[in-house]
Design a protein around this ligand. Structure first.
Ligand code: HEM
Length: 246
């Protein structure tokens, strides 16, 4: 009988790795013509779009992990976050590399012209660049080294995902329904975080106030003020209490 740790390590993680690689293997099989598979009439476009789409898919799936943990209470969802995030980066780096090498013949001058002339390329590149420090600091050692700054740095994933969706929306020629679905999903994921953040703040407020109340009698005595409401006003200027009361 496997323990929970062994199940996570030897069953769930390998299965997830397989799921992460499946779209890539599917594209590779199409490119190689394995088992009668093909990339269709425009193979360059199929690979470029496939890598971009899967990169964005995995980015949004990565953003689902925290809400899933909060909703289900199962903390082990977090064990899958790094693999999903790195998979998103792998596909998006491939998307960029494919565009640069195959579509643009590795001509950096042409790339620079595209960045200037096509806003969707500028936005896509900005999104990808934001993901670079996240991938570079995804190790446990970086997490330990950066401490609280790691969390702050990894909030870059939000603007990166927004830029990714804008990039997708902008490059679509006519039917924008699919990019709008991506925007809706991203909006729901960011909205959830915002709502949770507000909840945390309002939970912190009563705690902050009760701390103030405990502190008030001595302050009141020192000032000769017995009225609690006056005392509360008197402490409002204190930065710590003020912050907690928000
Ligand atoms: C966060 C980064 C990025 C994301 C999430 C992303 C995602 C996407 C998506 C979803 C598509 C459309 C796929 C489809 O229609 O099925 C796409 C297309 C494309 N992307 Fe990106 N991309 C990113 C960065 C980049 C970068 C850095 C470049 C190049 C410098 C780039 C170049 C392109 C091109 C040329 C297309 C096809 C446009 C067309 O067919 O007219 N992308 N991308």
């Amino acid at each position: 009988m496997l323990t929970q740790e062994q199940t996570l390590r030897f069953v769930f993680k390998p299965l997830l790795l397989l799921a992460c690689l499946a779209p890539f293997l599917h594209l590779a099989a199409g490119a190689a013509g394995l088992g009668g598979m093909s990339l269709g009439a425009n193979p360059v476009e199929s690979v470029l779009h496939g890598l971009g789409k899967w990169g964005l898919n995995f980015l949004l799936v990565t953003l689902c992990i925290t809400p899933l943990r909060q909703i289900t209470g199962w903390v082990h969802w977090m064990r899958f976050r790094r693999m999903l995030g790195l998979t998103a980066f792998f596909y998006l780096l491939g998307h960029f590399a494919f565009y640069l090498v195959v579509d643009r013949g590795l001509d950096l001058r042409v790339l620079a012209e595209d960045v200037i002339a096509r806003p969707y390329i500028t936005v896509g590149l900005a999104g990808l660049l934001l993901l670079v420090p996240l991938a570079a600091t995804s190790t446990r050692a970086s997490m330990r080294r950066l401490g609280r700054r790691w969390q702050a740095l990894h909030r870059l994933v939000y603007p990166a995902a927004i830029l990714g969706c804008v990039h997708y929306y902008w490059q679509v020629k006519a039917d924008v329904r699919e990019p709008l679905v991506y925007f809706t999903v991203l909006g729901a994921l960011l909205g959830w975080r915002w709502w949770k953040h507000r909840q945390r703040l309002s939970r912190a407020a009563p705690a902050g106030r009760s701390r103030q109340i405990r502190f008030l009698p001595s302050l009141a005595a020192a000032r000769g003020q017995q009225d609690g409401r006056q005392d509360e006003r008197a402490t409002r200027g204190r930065p710590r209490g003020h912050r907690l009361a928000q």
